[in-house]
Design a binder for this molecule. Structure first.
Ligand code: AMP
Ligand code: MN
Length: 285
């Protein structure tokens, strides 16, 4: 199959994780894998933290790695009681407003984690908070760390099964998150000199009507781009998101959402953009 941008020589991947949150690779390992996969421009977008970026930058400079690293973050937000992820790209890590927001988000994460631990303890799974923290090994604690511990403790078959049984809405370890508001995240990203991207719009289990409402709201709050291309998605989804981007005059972003090597996700894979949209990187070139 041939696509408009398939022959582009520069490969961008603007959505990936390290051990600074719930990725499996260290920032250095992620850099090496990106180079191996032929990625030219990478963004690290850990959950509510930028701690993976400086070590990766230093490594690239010291070892002259053929990779451009853009500073990024993925901020968990709330819109209409739904959890929506906003990616900030090309942000200034020294911006005080960004540091402050990420501190608040970390505090919210830890408070939620404590509550998850308390609920699971009552349900008969002890010490989940301590163990999730140990699994995070100093990184931002996410539900993935709880899931890994519960999988081992309760001898579950997969992380997906653990989420389904214990960690999603209505299940024993579910605690509604108290994230910042969507417009606050956009505002802080802008104040930090970055651009705000609506991450993976197809992954919020929204009807087409609600997805349209979300994109409209995002645009009204001065959002800049929507993530159109991911490694694995129905071709319809890429087409539909392209139409929404055009309708609202939003830039297009691309990202694998890479957390770890696995069969269905790989850095830089399948991230072509359809014609008719403007890539977000044109705003910083
Ligand atoms: P948190 O931000 O703490 O809610 O955790 C987010 C992490 O949990 C992300 O890395 C997601 O990929 C992962 N996650 C969320 N839902 C699921 C699920 N149903 N199965 C597997 N991982 C999930
Ligand atoms: Mn996300």
């Amino acid at each position: 199959m041939s696509h408009d941008n398939e022959k582009l020589s520069v490969i961008y991947d603007l959505h990936s994780y390290t051990k600074a949150s719930d990725g499996d690779l260290t920032p250095l390992e992620l850099v090496d894998r990106a180079v191996l996969m032929g990625v030219d421009v990478l963004t690290i977008t850990d959950h509510d933290t930028v701690n993976g970026i400086l070590p990766a930058w230093q490594y690239i400079n010291e070892k002259s790695k053929p990779l451009t690293l853009i500073a990024g973050v993925e901020i968990s937000t709330i819109w209409e009681k739904i959890e929506i992820h906003i990616v900030g790209l090309n942000i200034n890590l020294d911006a005080n407003c960004l540091k402050h927001l990420l501190e608040m988000q970390t505090a919210r994460r830890n408070l939620r984690a404590e509550k998850i631990g308390y609920k699971l303890e009552k349900f008969g799974i002890p010490d989940t908070w301590q163990n999730a923290k140990a699994y995070a090994a100093g990184g931002q604690v996410t539900r993935s760390h709880f899931a890994r511990y519960i999988m081992d403790y309760a001898k579950q078959k997969s992380i997906g099964q653990v989420f389904k049984k214990y960690l999603t809405r209505g299940k024993p370890g579910y605690v509604p998150a108290d994230w910042c508001k969507l417009d606050e995240a956009i505002d802080v990203i802008h104040q930090a000199g970055g651009v705000a991207v609506l991450a993976h719009p197809g992954r919020y289990s929204l009807s087409a009507k609600w997805q349209k409402r979300l994109v409209l709201y995002f645009k009204q709050q001065q959002g800049d781009a929507i993530e159109i291309a991911q490694c694995q998605q129905l071709s319809d989804e890429r087409k539909n998101l392209t139409e929404l981007a055009r309708l609202h005059d939003l830039y297009a972003s691309v990202g694998s959402d890479f957390h770890r090597p696995c069969a269905w996700t790989e850095l830089g894979r399948n991230l072509w953009l359809p014609s008719g949209v403007t890539p977000i990187w044109q705003t910083w070139q």
